[in-house]
Design a protein around this ligand. Structure first.
Ligand code: ADP
Ligand code: ADP
Length: 229
C-alpha cells in the first residue's frame, strides 16, 4: 500500500503566478522518489498537495489509485508521515511530541524511535518556552534537534508513505549521516518522497525528478542525471 501519483497537476497560490504547470509522476508502493530543484520551484508545494493542505486547480493527486479528495482527512493523516522543514512542537514533553500520531505505542517502541533519532537523552523534558507552568527550565532545541523529534515521531508512526522535506537540512554533517541511516531504515519498504536541494543527498532514490519553472525538466536515476551533467 502507499502508491502515490500526481497526474497533470496544476497549482498556483496566486492565479497570476502558477507554481506547478502540469506535473506528473508515479511512485510505486515502497519506492523512493526524490524531488530536486531550485528554491521556490514548488517542491514543498508537492508535499502540501499530497497532505491536502491545498488542493490542485487542475489534475489529480492519488494514493493507491484514489483521489486524495475522496480520502478522509483521518486516513490521509494515518497514511502519510511528514518530516517538515520546520517542526512546531506541542506544549508538552518531547515524549508526548513523539507519541503524537501513535498514542498507543509502548514505552519500548518510544525508546527505540528516540534512540534511532538520537534524542533519547531528553525525551522527558519540555521544549523551551513551555517551562513556566511547571517551574522547570525548558530545553532550547536547535532546528536539528526539533527535526530529530519529527523524525522520531515518524519512525514511531511508521506510515505507508513518508515525506521527508529536506529532512536533514538543519543537521550538522556528522549527525546528518547518522540520521540519514536511521531514515534509510524507516523508509525501507515504504513509499518515500524526499524533497532535496542537492542531487548528492538522494543518490539511492529509485527515481529523481528535477522541477524547474513549474514543470519536470529532467527525470531519471542519480547515475543517469549525473552522466547528463
Ligand atoms: P520549494 O520547496 O521548491 O523551495 P515551495 O513549494 O515552498 O518551493 O514554494 C514555491 C513558490 O510558492 C515559492 O515562490 C514560494 O514563495 C511560493 N509560496 C509558497 N507558499 C506560499 C503561500 N502559502 N502563499 C503564496 N506563495 C507561496
Ligand atoms: P506536519 O506539517 O509535518 O504535519 P506537524 O508537526 O503538525 O507537522 O505534524 C506532524 C504529524 O502530525 C504528522 O505526521 C501528521 O500525521 C500529524 N497530524 C495530524 N493532524 C495534523 C494536521 N492537521 N496537520 C498537520 N499534521 C497533522
Amino acid at each position: 500500500a502507499g502508491a502515490v501519483e500526481f497526474r497533470d497537476v496544476h497549482f498556483a497560490y496566486d492565479p497570476a503566478r502558477p507554481i506547478l504547470k502540469g506535473v506528473s509522476f508515479k511512485v510505486p508502493a515502497g519506492k523512493t522518489i526524490a524531488i530536486v530543484g531550485p528554491s521556490g520551484a514548488g517542491k514543498s508545494t508537492i508535499s502540501r498537495l499530497l497532505y491536502r493542505f491545498y488542493d490542485p486547480q487542475g489534475g489529480q493527486v492519488l494514493i493507491d489509485g484514489q483521489d486524495v479528495r475522496d480520502v478522509t482527512q483521518k486516513s490521509l493523516r494515518h497514511a502519510i508521515g511528514m518530516v517538515p522543514q520546520d517542526t512546531v512542537l506541542f506544549n508538552d514533553t518531547i515524549a508526548y511530541n513523539i507519541r503524537y500520531g501513535r498514542v498507543d505505542a509502548s514505552e519500548e517502541e518510544l525508546e527505540t524511535a528516540a534512540d534511532l533519532a538520537q534524542i533519547s537523552g531528553f525525551i522527558a523534558r519540555l521544549p523551551d518556552g513551555f517551562d513556566t507552568m511547571v517551574g522547570e527550565r525548558g530545553l532550547k532545541l536547535s532546528g536539528g534537534e526539533k527535526q530529530r523529534v519529527a523524525i522520531a515521531r515518524t519512525i514511531l508512526k511508521a506510515p505507508p508513505v513518508l515525506v521527508l522535506d529536506e529532512a536533514t537540512s538543519a543537521l550538522d554533517s556528522h549527525t546528518e549521516r547518522e540520521i540519514q541511516s536511521a531514515l534509510d531504515k524507516v523508509s525501507q519498504g515504504r513509499t518515500t518522497l524526499v524533497i532535496a536541494h542537492r542531487l548528492s543527498t538522494v543518490v539511492n532514490a529509485d527515481e529523481i525528478i528535477v522541477l524547474q519553472d513549474g514543470l519536470i525538466a529532467e527525470r531519471g536515476t542519480h547515475a543517469v542525471l549525473i552522466a547528463q551533467g
